[in-house]
Design a protein around this ligand. Structure first.
Ligand code: ZN
Length: 72
């Protein structure tokens, strides 16, 4: 079991920390690879004007994560 990911809260973090993804939010916080992929996907969807296609729970995860980082 890895450490807890600060975005999804699951124990999905790899060792060493550099093997995880860096969040687009602050460009320095490590998050699990799954979250990294999803953050990129959300950014892409936003640029394509597809906000409404992003699952609600993913939007909420991102919102809580941003609050945790002190963004907004
Ligand atoms: Zn995660």
């Amino acid at each position: 079991m890895g450490k807890e990911c600060p975005r999804c809260g699951k124990e999905t973090m790899k060792e060493p920390i550099e093997h995880n993804a860096i969040s687009n939010e602050d460009k320095k916080t490590y998050i699990c690879s799954g979250c990294g992929v999803y953050e990129n996907k959300m950014l892409w969807m936003i640029t394509k004007n597809m906000h409404n296609k992003i699952p609600k729970f993913q939007k909420e995860l991102q919102k809580k994560f941003r609050e945790k980082l002190g963004i907004d």
